[in-house]
Design a protein around this ligand. Sequence first.
Ligand SMILES: C[S@@+](CC[C@H](N)C(=O)[O-])C[C@H]1O[C@@H](n2cnc3c(N)ncnc32)[C@H](O)[C@@H]1O
Length: 232
Amino acid sequence: MNEQKTIADWFNQTYSKRGLNYLRPKEAYYIFLELLAPLPGNAILDVACGPGQLLKVAGEYDLSLSGIDISDVAIKLAKKNLPGADLHAANAEQLPFADNSFDYITCLGSLERIIHLEQALTEQLRVAKPGAKFCYMVRNSDRASWKFIKNTLGIINKKGHQGAKSMQEWSDIFMKTGFKIDHIHHDQWPATRWKRWISLNDTLGKVDYKKIQSPPEQIEKAYEFIFILSKA
Ligand SMILES: C[S@@+](CC[C@H](N)C(=O)[O-])C[C@H]1O[C@@H](n2cnc3c(N)ncnc32)[C@H](O)[C@@H]1O
């Protein structure tokens, strides 16, 4: 079976079995919008949008919503979740949009899943308007837990094309393909999830899911990185 079909089939099966439970809860997605600080009325594209969790939150910021995903099961769920959005089952390596279409482009937990990464990044630059901002969450290969899973246990999910790179490797790829790096943040969810547990899922006080945090651990060791980028 070809590699791209294996990846799409793995995600189709995963979403069919687990639906939204495969992903972080909706509250985890506010931080990406807060980091982008989008202007109401502007257009956002979420590449590899899954069932539409990020776009659901983006709707609360009055943005016009577009998304693509390689999994048609995910896109069916997203269409139910977001009746007014422009959603397509498509490969990130070939985006079904005109040049200069979007003010904001997000791609969360997915760049490492794409076979031809540079092609996908070039496509995102093509469909972005001049001055567009990008928000990417990507996995860190220098994290001890990743090294343990990969090198000691050897349980990388190859069917789902799981992967990771160091902060330097991600930065080099982004700059080489034509992005300017505005900021790199720690993935915010590990710290926020603790607060959520301690508050017993918001029953002992409401967790502020929009607050941007700088955890004390070195950024190079973050669980995942959030890159905020613009066109170079
Ligand atoms: C870990 S999930 C993240 C989903 C979503 N971004 C989120 O954070 O809620 C990875 C997603 O990447 C999608 N994906 C993998 N390869 C892709 C490709 N080449 N083009 C488009 N989507 C892809 C999968 O179908 C899956 O929905």
